[in-house]
Design a protein around this ligand. Structure first.
Ligand SMILES: [Zn+2]
Length: 328
């Protein structure tokens, strides 16, 4: 039988040519490694649902970041677990708060690029990302007071930058947070500090293990009144457009794997770098399956990161950063 094929894509899949025509690559320089600094402990505490990750005391912050830098990953995102919590989350903006102390040490003693997560949920007794008033317990739709939260986010962001943070990443999905933080940073002389907005952050079941890691589960209700509905994609464009207009420098989509369409939408529609947050649940699933021998840990993780880049991500925040950096 004589079949005439006009094109044969397999010609370019042979060894030697495959890598020349490869469209996407991931390098250690694309990755940001999250670190958890814990003011409640003097020893490193493994995070059970995130194998290989630990909460580290402030004294170990520099060592922890040096371990990451040795793998070739150059940027870290710092999360804090405060020594004590209150209604308003006041330890979030304390100049001797856990993030502020850690960032001062990290920037003084390492060359890491330091990004801080700006939110209140790890610092409040109720675990919500902002100001909660007494009516919230009876009517959960009122959980977080948007405009009153802005003022606290501003204080937190400015205190992080004053401690040495090189980029701030507000994650609370408070309407107006980018405008408020940009204005406050400019007014305090920090015009050169970029903002990475958690621009399209979904109310996701994939965050479960993080809540172990950062001790930030809400004491009542959930976050669906301020985080986005997983069903929505047009709304992501609206959220992102608002943040672009407000001066966001980097646009983040969170989670990543189940939201690659959103990563692609943001990358195609906006001329700002796009970050994908490969969240704790995505990490934990791969680990759990690999532990049972059902998937290959590293191959699955690398393929996931390539998929995020292919979808349009410029940078990826991932718990796999250290583990994979050497082989990328
Ligand atoms: Zn939060």
């Amino acid at each position: 039988m004589n079949i005439e094929l006009t094109d044969r894509p397999r010609r370019l899949r042979r060894d030697g040519i495959r890598s020349l025509v490869s469209e996407t690559s991931v390098t250690a320089q694309d990755l940001v490694a999250p670190v958890f600094i814990d003011a409640t402990t003097t020893t490193r505490t493994p995070i059970e649902s995130m194998p290989g990750h630990e909460r580290v005391p402030i004294e170990d912050a520099v060592t922890r970041v040096e371990e990451i830098r040795e793998t070739g990953v150059e940027a870290v995102m710092v999360f804090g677990i405060p020594a004590e919590k209150d209604e308003r989350g006041s330890r979030a903006w304390a100049s001797d708060g856990v993030v502020q102390q850690a960032v001062r040490r990290i920037t003084a003693e390492t060359d890491a690029y330091v990004i801080t997560d700006v939110c209140l949920c790890e610092y409040t007794t109720h675990g919500h990302c902002g100001v909660v008033e007494s009516d919230a317990a009876t009517d959960p739709t009122l959980t977080v007071k948007n405009d009153k939260t802005l003022e606290l986010l501003i204080k937190t962001a400015v205190s992080h930058v004053e401690a040495g943070a090189e980029m701030v990443a507000p994650s609370s999905m408070t309407d107006g947070m980018i405008t408020a933080i940009r204005t406050a940073l400019d007014e305090t002389g920090h015009t050169d500090i970029p903002i990475m907005s958690y621009a399209a952050k979904y109310e996701s079941a994939f965050y479960g293990p993080f809540r172990d890691a950062a001790d930030g589960a809400p004491a009542f209700g959930d976050r669906r009144h301020y985080q986005m509905d997983p069903a929505n994609s047009q709304e992501a464009k609206r959220e992102v457009r608002l943040d672009v207009e407000a001066g966001a420098d980097v646009l983040m989509v969170k989670p990543a794997l189940a939201y690659l369409d959103i990563v692609n939408t943001v990358s195609s529609n906006f001329d700002r770098p796009v970050a994908a947050y490969n969240v704790s649940g995505e990490y934990a699933m791969v680990h759990a399956a690999a532990d049972r021998g059902w998937v290959d840990l590293e191959a699955t993780a690398v393929e996931s990161l390539i998929a995020m880049k292919r979808a349009g991500a410029d940078l990826i925040i991932t718990y796999f950063a250290e583990k994979l950096a050497n082989q990328l």
